[in-house]
Design a protein around this ligand. Structure first.
Ligand code: GRF
Length: 314
């Protein structure tokens, strides 16, 4: 049963324990506060007392668990959990719309794959280019996700590192790969012609270590996304990649880390946030063990978020 819950809620054993404690203490607090409040009403009829008590604890319960969840470090989980319940009983729309607005100056991310702005794609086939320099595990998940799609296609892999794992993936998957040259990328035309020729609608950065030239950002404004292995705006910026990020998170004594999927602008790790997901940082974590936990989150969410922002086929 516990394993099923772990899978369902996508949490590890420790987090599950903290969640269950929150449920237990939050529930007791609700009952206690409910009874205290009922003392204010002098209701004679038993049935009326019961009905009012039920209504009262239904209202009090979300506040109690949210309060308790703060002490157990599970606020993000319960916020999303309660929002889902709200949605199911019909009050979710308002809550969701309010909390998932992604404004320019208000970098709020949301723990659910909802209300994500769509990218307009003009033809019936949407072409993705993945830029990657490393092993390419995220790229592989994205390729797998869209393998059978008849309207979204990974049409190009762009890489700057000869021998990188991503190039073998491209080869095995039969996806055209472009090994780019620094001079041409930064001082040439940033490979715009090649991207246009493939009718690329969305550029997905998945472990690409070079900064994207301004020229390319202007041409693809709002159509370049990146995944960062921490909760931006913390632990981002120049030089913050791979294990450097996880080391910084551990050194800062963070209790929580996660992933940030965001639009790319002219500055490192700065564009509007599309989505964040969280995981705990454990006491004995090393950069490697934390990286593993983060990779799991990346693999679950990146392909799904890409599908969301591309929207349905026209
Ligand atoms: C990921 O952790 C991603 O967050 C970062 O680079 C890493 C790429 O890993 N931008 P992989 O090559 O996809 O395995």
């Amino acid at each position: 049963m516990f394993q099923r819950l772990q899978q369902k809620w996508k949490v590890n054993g420790l987090q599950l324990l903290l969640i269950l404690c929150t449920f237990a203490i939050g529930g007791s607090l609700t009952g206690f506060a409910g009874k205290k409040l009922m003392n204010f009403f002098s209701i004679e009829q038993r049935w009326l007392w019961v009905i009012i008590y039920i209504i009262l604890i239904t209202i009090l319960w979300p506040f109690s668990v949210l309060l308790v969840s703060v002490f157990f470090g599970q606020y993000a989980f319960f916020k999303s959990y309660i929002r889902k319940i709200g949605k199911r009983i019909g009050i979710g729309k308002t809550i969701n719309n309010r909390q998932t607005t992604i404004g320019n100056d208000q970098k709020k991310a949301n723990d659910q794959h909802e209300a994500i702005p769509l990218i307009t794609h003009h033809s019936s086939l949407t072409n993705i280019a993945i830029f990657a320099s490393g092993a390419g595990s995220n790229a592989q998940k994205i390729i797998d996700h869209f393998r059978n799609s008849n309207h979204i296609k990974v049409s190009l892999i762009v890489c700057n590192k000869p021998g990188a794992g991503i190039l073998s993936i491209a080869d095995r998957e039969g996806i055209p790969a472009l090994l780019i040259d620094k001079e041409k990328f930064f001082r040439g035309n940033a490979y715009m012609d090649e991207l246009k020729e493939k009718k690329i609608d969305l550029i997905v950065l998945a472990g690409f270590l070079w900064k994207i030239p301004d020229e390319l950002i202007k041409a693809f404004r709002g159509k370049i996304i990146n995944i960062h292995p921490a909760l931006l705006p913390k632990h981002g910026g120049k030089g913050m990649y791979g294990n450097y990020v996880h080391e910084a998170v551990i050194k800062a004594g963070e209790k929580e880390s996660g992933i940030t999927i965001h639009y790319v602008d002219e500055h490192y790790d700065n564009g509007d946030i599309i989505f964040q997901a969280r995981c705990p940082v454990l006491e004995n974590d090393t950069a490697e063990s934390l990286a593993q936990r983060i990779h799991v989150l990346e693999h679950i969410h990146y392909p799904a978020i890409i599908e969301k922002i591309l929207g349905p086929a026209k």
